[in-house]
Design a protein around this ligand. Structure first.
Ligand SMILES: Nc1nc2c(ncn2[C@@H]2O[C@H](COP(=O)(O)OP(=O)(O)OP(=O)(O)O)[C@@H](O)[C@H]2O)c(=O)[nH]1
Ligand SMILES: [Mg+2]
Length: 199
């Protein structure tokens, strides 16, 4: 998929602030610091589109980016950030749940998991939500540049299994640093958008 345009639209705190058109949403979900914002920049080839930070918990609202005037990449707030209050964690839960529930525009979830780490309880909850709401999913195993080449594939397969997804769920090892898997992910999104708009 060639990225012809990519622009930030809005940071939404609740449903009333989502864009009001009927374009498809492709949402990125995953732990805080897993690399969601970096991946949005890598996929779009716009290094400053989404705000990247080494300080976890940077993205706390739902950020919408309009791509090629035809669909949204949606950066969901990261979870599992230890230094936030219980109230903040609950706020996160309701923000995400409100986003996922009854969202007819949500066509695909890209679930990110750090290739080095085992899924956490919150990753498992996210995976359960995805299955419960029956949303098509692609897993992105991020930061593959941090592992030796021979460990990348086996780790990716293990993560998919641990998250409880079957073999027909696509998993793509990727890195916003080395750019491994970025083109594959970009193409997977492109095909998905194309198929959905022609059906
Ligand atoms: N080595 C490596 N570092 C990465 C990669 N992707 C992101 N990072 C680093 O990880 C940190 C967090 O990246 P972000 O993209 O801000 O992560 P996020 O998931 O958006 O985080 P929140 O907004 O807090 O939920 C930054 O320091 C990035 O530079 C990657 O593929 N490889
Ligand atoms: Mg972010």
């Amino acid at each position: 998929m060639k990225i012809k345009s990519a622009r930030f639209i809005i940071s939404a705190a609740n449903r009333s602030q989502y864009p009001t058109d009927s374009l498809m949403h492709i949402a990125l979900a995953g732990k805080s610091n897993v690399g969601k914002s970096s991946l949005i920049n890598a996929i779009t080839g716009r290094s400053k589109l989404a705000l990247v930070s080494s300080e976890p918990g940077k993205t706390r609202l739902i950020n919408f980016y309009l791509i090629n005037e035809s669909f949204y990449l949606v950066d969901l707030p990261g979870y599992g950030y230890a230094r936030v209050s219980k109230a903040e964690k609950q706020r996160w839960g309701s923000l995400i749940d409100e986003y996922l529930a009854n969202n007819r525009q949500l066509g695909l979830i890209i679930m990110l998991a750090d290739i080095r780490h085992d899924p956490t309880t919150e990753d498992m909850q996210m995976a359960e939500w995805v299955r419960y709401y029956n949303i098509p999913v692609i897993i992105a195993a991020t930061k593959s540049d941090k592992l030796g080449k021979s460990r990348v594939k086996p780790r990716a397969l293990q993560i998919r299994k641990d998250l409880g997804f079957s073999d027909d769920v696509m998993i793509i090892p990727c890195s916003s640093v080395s750019k491994q898997g970025i083109e594959e992910l970009n193409d997977a999104i492109g095909s998905f958008v194309e198929e959905s708009s022609s059906s």
